[in-house]
Design a protein around this ligand. Structure first.
Ligand code: NAD
Length: 482
């Protein structure tokens, strides 16, 4: 702790060194709790991306591919140790840059370390298979890394989302170019300092900052990039996929969600309400798998909302650095978006049970009160669009069929939760949910070992677990006659 981030001008990290952006332009990142500038960072363009990708390509063709899987594993374990040792500094940076509470940021950085350690352990356990073809032939598969991979991430878990794809790509033997989000570049740039210190050869991990439509698009389109992992909105995901199609590049897309929490009359209501408070308000609701719609059986509707409202009222709100329960939203843009959607809910006739505005004791910063809507019709905008703020909507359900129709009725299909004491019902409905993750009597279960990702418009591919490593491998089939 204690290192200042203000008044700093950051440049790109390429070939294990700091490199000025070719165009000489810089952007500013702002502390969302105070609206004050925190630091400047490079506004990169195609020339900077080309320099980073060329460096990654050289490393892929030379130093990195000469290492054994065991040596790659040791480097990843080494990086995990250095990040763990720098945990307090990185935690503070995430909080200042994104507005997260220190507790949330600490959880993120611990998650980064766990992700690195899982993938470090995976690096020397990747193997192909042999396929029996007859007495005079042998056929086997060889797993090979894709080459240079691009990693484009959002601002809600800056280092967490970055490492979720960088660590398996490195374990698989790829070299990488990371483009952090323009709202939150600081933790990635701080992490850059640890890359050379760990002993990674130059060019294995490069970090280039800038705008999505400039640096991000140039990265996706670069001909030497052989795989793309994009985490962000559905809208941008479509653009990334269209650009990747030009080069026939595989994409992993981790996109948005409108994740239903379905609560039946026989549920443990205290647990469901506590989970709803976490699922809607943690990280200020800025999680792809937040829940902003509760599908409630009539019998428990009032009691569930009373319990949830009491928990929401007890949350403290203020600057993340003071470790409140809720910090601010990340930016003025997100603040306007979230307030706009809440206003649309009110106009459409949903009943505001709690919040909806700016907390009266905070006159600067992008703060929004914990907000709960009742009497929400599934056709309303607030029930259909990702809110990405601290707000949830209660929707009535008559029976299982209606619950499934509403839960599956949108383009999104990221995550869903079922609360019931009837295990047969839970498993029956799990099968019917078109969502990549289904949680039963809990929310945000799973870990670095378990794959995650979206169905339908919520994404393509899975991250985490061994599935995450296989995103970065391609199969070569070898057949031999003897
Ligand atoms: P966004 O799509 O606006 O931006 C994400 C990243 O894409 C940023 O780095 C941005 O600079 C870059 N980008 C923008 N335009 C680009 C382009 N044309 N080409 C290449 N890159 C471009 O998303 P956001 O608002 O930063 O993040 C919030 C969204 O991310 C939400 O929808 C959320 O659900 C989603 N998300 C999903 C997951 C998941 O695992 N499924 C995790 C976190 C966030």
């Amino acid at each position: 702790m204690g290192r200042s981030v203000a008044d700093i001008r950051h440049v790109n990290f390429i070939d294990n060194g700091w490199v000025q952006p070719a165009g000489g332009s810089f952007l500013v990142t702002v502390d969302p709790a105070t609206e004050e500038p925190l630091a400047e960072f490079a506004r990169s363009g195609a020339a900077d991306i080309d320099r980073a990708v060329q460096s990654a390509e050289r490393a892929f063709r030379s130093d990195w591919s000469r290492l054994t899987p065991g040596e790659r594993s040791r480097l990843l374990f080494g990086l995990a140790d250095l990040i763990a040792a720098d945990r307090d500094h990185l935690t503070r940076l995430e909080t200042l840059d994104v507005g997260k509470t220190l507790r949330d940021s600490l959880g993120d950085i611990d998650g980064v370390v766990a992700t690195l350690r899982f993938n470090a352990g995976a690096a020397d356990k990747l193997r192909g298979s042999t396929i029996p073809l007859g007495p005079d032939q042998i056929d086997f598969t060889v797993l090979e890394p894709l080459g240079v991979t691009a990693h484009i991430v959002p601002w809600n878990f800056p280092l967490g989302m970055a490492m979720r794809s960088l660590a398996p790509a490195l374990a698989a033997g790829c070299t990488c170019v990371l483009k952090p989000a323009e709202q939150s570049p600081l933790s990635a740039l701080a992490f850059a300092e640890l890359i050379a210190k760990t002993g990674f050869p130059p060019g294995v991990i490069n970090i280039v900052t800038g705008l999505g439509e400039e640096a991000g698009e140039a990265l996706v389109r670069h001909p030497l990039v052989r795989g793309i992992t994009f985490t962000g909105s559905v809208e941008t995901g479509r653009l990334v996929m269209a650009a990747a199609a030009q080069g026939i590049k595989p994409v992993v897309l981790e996109l948005g969600g409108k994740n239903p929490m379905i609560v039946f009359a026989d549920a443990d209501l205290e647990r469901a309400a506590a989970d709803a408070a976490m699922a809607s308000f943690e990280n200020c609701g800025q999680v792809c798998s937040s829940s902003s719609r509760y599908l409630l059986a009539a019998e428990i509707h009032d009691e569930f909302l009373e319990r949830l409202t009491a928990k929401a009222k007890a949350l403290s709100i203020g600057p993340g650095i003071d470790n409140h329960d809720l910090g601010p939203l990340v930016s003025a843009e997100q603040y306007d978006k979230v307030r706009g959607l809440i206003a649309a809910g009110q106009r459409d006739g949903a009943r505001l049970r709690l919040g909806g505005g700016r907390p009266s004791h905070l006159n600067r910063g992008y703060f929004v009160e914990p907000t709960i809507f009742d009497r929400v019709d599934p056709a309303m905008a607030v029930a259909r669009q990702e809110i990405f703020g601290p707000a949830g909507c209660a929707i009535d359900i008559a029976d299982e069929d209606e619950a499934m129709a509403i839960a599956n009725g949108l383009g999104y299909g990221l995550a869903a939760g079922i609360y019931t004491r009837d295990i047969s019902r839970a498993l029956r409905l799990m099968r019917r949910l078109d969502h990549g993750s289904v949680w039963i009597n809990g929310w945000w279960m799973g870990g670095v070992q378990a794959p995650t990702g979206g169905m339908k418009e919520s994404g393509i591919g899975r991250e985490r677990g061994m599935e995450g490593v296989h995103n970065y491998l391609q199969i070569k089939n070898v057949a031999v006659r003897f």
